[in-house]
Design a protein around this ligand. Structure first.
Ligand SMILES: Cc1cc2nc3c(=O)[nH]c(=O)nc-3n(C[C@H](O)[C@H](O)[C@H](O)COP(=O)(O)OP(=O)(O)OC[C@H]3O[C@@H](n4cnc5c(N)ncnc54)[C@H](O)[C@@H]3O)c2cc1C
Length: 330
């Protein structure tokens, strides 16, 4: 509901940014009223800043009019963090989508928050790197959203989460101050670690406007292993045994019976019929490391309740099915 206070606010907002970067039509705004949490609260306006200074101006204006403002990446979050529950402004970072620089010599990339995770991965792969946070939504979610939620995916078991792959940020605080956190070297030990504080703060402390990401060299080789179990308990015992041996898998994905049933409903013959719990495991490194890690992990899977554990030469179809799992849930 737009009241008199909102009217004067919206008039000022329209003076701040060009017409095509401020939505106030309720139909346009509705597309920014929800995320993957399935909660709906429409904003009174959606704004699309292009620079950190524009983000600052929007926040200062919202503060002056006591209008709530909620940063938003691509709205794939499952916790409702980008839903404007109290109304106000949806501050969409989707048009701040430039990769500012890729610096293989220093293993880093500087990006704007609206860059999609997959776009970054595709750009850095040819120079031999990847950015380890790999949520299943990589094709649609933004780096800003990944950092704000401290996202991760199946590779977290070896490579950690978004917080482990960031060197520094430029951001605008809720007060409207532009801040720069972190440093641009691998060793940065002085002072309070504001970067790690902002990562995972879901937009409650500051709007991330630029991120210096720590890149990781692509492994030389990867290998796959799958393991099927009669129940969750035996599978859990195998996971514990895998984690107790020295070779850390580069990805470890557990599929329970519910997940297996969903996949079977769409992809017949991809999974064995009698399995009630399933592990998709990836190892990476040199050929020799892969042979050793595969042997050690296959041995760790030998628990009561194992149906079969085996090297998987092509896990592409299975990973694709796994990635499609979250939308199937809907
Ligand atoms: C099919 C599917 C699969 C998924 N799989 C995974 C998974 O494997 N692992 C995982 O961790 N998550 C997963 N998610 C959840 C979601 O994709 C991630 O949380 C993602 O990081 C959110 O990015 P986004 O750009 O969509 O952010 P949004 O949903 O728009 O925002 C998420 C939060 O970040 C804040 N925010 C966004 N941008 C900024 C910014 N620039 N500055 C400050 N705050 C900001 C928002 O206010 C909100 O609180 C999945 C979601 C879907 C739909």
């Amino acid at each position: 509901m737009i009241n008199a206070v909102h009217k004067s606010f919206l008039a000022e907002l329209n003076r701040l940014l060009p017409h095509n970067r401020v939505y106030t039509d309720p139909v346009d705004c509705y597309a920014y009223a929800y995320d993957n949490s399935r909660n709906y609260h429409s904003p009174i306006a959606v704004v699309f800043p292009l620079t950190i200074e524009e983000v600052q101006s929007v926040i200062l204006l919202c503060n002056a009019h006591k209008v709530p403002v909620v940063p938003r990446g691509r709205g794939t979050g499952t916790a409702g963090g980008s839903v404007p529950e109290a109304g106000g402004v949806a501050l969409s970072l989707e048009r701040m989508d430039k990769i500012i620089s890729i610096d293989p010599d220093n293993r880093m990339a500087i990006v704007e928050p609206g860059v999609l995770n997959q776009v970054l991965q595709d750009e850095i792969k040819p120079v031999g790197f990847f950015w380890p946070p790999d949520p299943s939504s990589a094709a649609y979610c933004s780096i800003g959203g990944n950092l704000a939620t401290c996202a991760a995916g199946p590779h977290a078991v070896k490579y950690g989460v978004a917080r482990d792959h960031i060197l520094g940020l430029k951001a605008v605080t809720g007060k409207g101050e532009i801040i720069k956190t972190g440093c641009y070297t691998s060793k940065g030990v002085v002072g309070y670690d504001l970067t790690r504080l902002l990562v995972g703060s879901e937009g409650t402390l500051a709007v991330i406007c630029e991120a210096t990401l720590k890149l990781t060299p692509l492994p030389k080789h990867t290998g796959g292993i799958t393991a099927e179990f009669v129940d969750t308990e035996s599978c859990a015992k195998a996971i514990a045994a895998i984690m107790a041996q020295p070779y850390t898998p580069s990805a470890l994905e557990f599929l329970d019976n519910g997940a297996l049933t969903l996949i079977r409903s769409r992809h017949q013959n991809l999974l064995p019929e009698n399995a009630r719990a399933y592990l998709m495991i990836e190892v990476d490194g040199s050929q020799q490391e892969i042979v050793e890690a595969t042997d050690a992990i296959l041995l760790a899977c030998q628990v009561a309740g194992l149906i079969e554990a085996k090297p998987a030469h092509d896990t592409k179809a299975l990973w694709a099915a796994r990635k499609a799992l979250s939308p199937l849930h809907c």
